[in-house]
Design a protein around this ligand. Sequence first.
Ligand code: AP5
Length: 217
Amino acid sequence: MRIVLVGPPGAGKGTQATRLAETLHIPHISTGDLFRANISRQTELGKLAKSYMDAGNLVPDEVTIAMAKDRMEQPDAEGGFLLDGFPRNVSQAEALDELLETEDMKLDAVLDLEAPEDEVVKRIAGRRVCRNDSAHVFHVAYTPPKKEGVCDVCGGELYQRDDDSEETVRRRLEVYHTQTEPIIDYYKAQGLVVTIAATGPVAEVTRRALEALKRDQ
Ligand code: AP5
């Protein structure tokens, strides 16, 4: 399957993507995680991306599309993938369509995670991420690690992302409404969008997502 996950910051895209990718046996491709890996390796791309991410703005399309394309062309993505955080505006969606068309491939679904703004702000304020692997995500109140500050999965140190400050989160939400939400209409026109409520327990949201994807087949 080829799936795009869309939703505001803090909707639970990363949390759900990890679980869905495991169940569906497809790789989870997160452009945010790819940028953060570049930042921790201090690459040129990482240095460029950090300045945009810390301000809550989108990293320029040219570098983002090239990075996503490169990842989607890896052998493990041949049979399908779950995209998290890409595309994030209409020109990225058009670039993805072009890329898929060249490979004679199609998207199967765009899973839209809906969550109220006050909830996503609370989720982001309490989020803690593992330094070893940003797919290991916790929340101080909702999904706390067994030992404070320590990742349950690998024992790595948990930290708060630089772009999770209140001011940056407000900006990220604004960018989501103005630049990312229009891709929902773009994909609705292709009949690809399935919308689910991303509230309630994590496992319940996963169940809803799998059911919606099955119904869509
Ligand atoms: P990215 O890393 O993609 O961030 P985002 O889209 O803002 O989304 P988040 O990671 O904040 O939230 P999420 O929906 O994954 O929620 P999570 O599962 O962690 O992008 C960061 C930046 O990179 C962008 O601002 C931009 O600068 C740049 N970038 C990335 N892609 C780009 C692109 N394509 N083009 C240009 N720039 C790009 O959950 C949040 C918290 O809630 C966690 O603590 C979790 O434990 C908790 N939680 C999750 N589900 C539940 C639940 N059901 N109940 C209670 N708590 C829950």
